[in-house]
Ligand binder design. Structure first.
Ligand code: PHE
Length: 347
């Protein structure tokens, strides 16, 4: 048998290609392998197109046309075969790996704010109504601001009221209260009048128990201006207590001592008579301490840049976690940072 002519070889390429594609039997992998064999870099179609160089000159035009036709025919057949194979694969997965669309989806549990954040927001809201701005200052403080400038020189016995965490950097401590924020805000705003609250975390080196933690929140308040008096302090705290704990609350003021206020007071609120926990919470007195406060000491005013002969001010410091514990009869302060969802989900 004589050798096939180039045109005959092209015809054979087409029939052979179509037959092989048909026997790939709707399997995607086999269909793709076929494509590589015919259309890959070293594929048979490419070789056939390149073969034009060996064809006699007068036959080239006919050869080129025929080769192109073969190429298009095989390409079209491939596209159809691939689609058929993919459709078959989809049908198969729908019948064998069936999904039960009637199964309920997985519930997303929406997060919510930590109870401590919730009460902070409530406090911000109340003081915003009273014209206070929120002012934040640092948690790592200098000994100077945490104590000295608040009228507690080194070795002052009042420093014993705060068990302090020291850092390895001399003079740098974890703030034991939010009061050093008073100095920051005064030095920034002086000589303007001030009406701010300073919320944030404080740290004390205490044995952790149901009643004390090494970290806890405080909200400090500071008001400075001409003619600010104890009556303003009393009015502000009464307004706060009534918005926070109920419109009928009374406040009671006892004298106290803080080095940075003079005079210093402690403020109690009366606990509702109809609350069955009243006696336990108030140890039978009916009154509950909610914060410490006082008129800003002249030395502190001066340290903040103000002239105590021209302006006066008041300050207070409260513990929002303690307020939450009162409101919800929480008897263990460690629950706050324990990350126990059974506790957190109740709020
Ligand atoms: N800084 C005080 C404390 O932590 C509270 C306080 C603040 C008292 C402001 C008076 C004025 O105990």
């Amino acid at each position: 048998m004589p050798d096939a002519t180039p045109l005959e070889a092209l015809a054979t390429l087409e029939t052979q290609g179509l037959a092989e594609l048909a026997s790939a039997a709707a399997e995607e992998v086999a269909v793709r392998a076929w494509n590589t064999k015919y259309f890959g870099d070293k594929g048979m179609v490419k070789a056939a197109l390149a073969g034009i160089g060996k064809v006699a000159k007068e036959e080239r035009a006919a050869y080129g046309q025929a080769a192109n036709k073969v190429k298009v025919a095989l390409e079209t057949a491939y596209a159809v075969a691939l689609e058929v194979a993919q459709e078959a694969a989809l049908q198969k997965s729908l019948t064998t790996d069936s999904i039960d669309v009637t199964l309920p989806g997985r519930q997303l549990s929406p997060g919510k704010l930590h109870p401590a954040t919730q009460i902070l927001h409530k406090i911000y809201g109340i003081f915003a109504d009273l014209g206070f701005q929120v002012y934040r200052t640092r948690e790592i403080e200098s000994d100077e601001l945490n104590f000295e400038l608040l009228n507690m020189p080194e070795h002052h016995p009042a420093r014993d009221m705060w068990d302090t965490f020291f850092t390895q950097t001399p003079g740098q401590i974890l703030r034991t209260h939010t009061s050093p924020g008073q100095i920051h805000v005064m030095r920034e705003r002086c000589p303007e009048p001030i009406r701010v609250i300073l919320p944030g975390m404080c740290y004390r080196n205490e044995a952790i128990s149901t009643r004390s933690e090494i970290q806890f929140l405080q909200v400090e308040g500071l008001v400075i201006g001409e003619g600010v008096t104890m009556a303003d302090l009393k009015g502000t705290l009464t307004a706060f207590a009534r918005r926070m704990f109920g419109p009928d609350r009374q406040i009671r003021i006892r004298s106290s001592y803080f080095p940075f206020t003079e005079p210093s007071i402690e403020v109690d609120i009366d606990w509702p008579k109809d609350d069955p926990n009243r006696d336990r919470l108030t140890k039978g007195t009916g009154w509950l301490e909610i914060l410490g406060a006082g008129m800003v000491h002249p030395i502190v005013l001066r340290n903040g840049g103000y002239d105590p002969d021209k302006v006066t001010g008041f300050a207070f410091g409260m513990g929002p976690q303690r307020m939450l514990m009162l409101q919800h009869a929480i008897d263990d302060i460690r629950l706050f940072w324990g990350n126990d969802l059974r506790f957190l989900r109740q709020f």
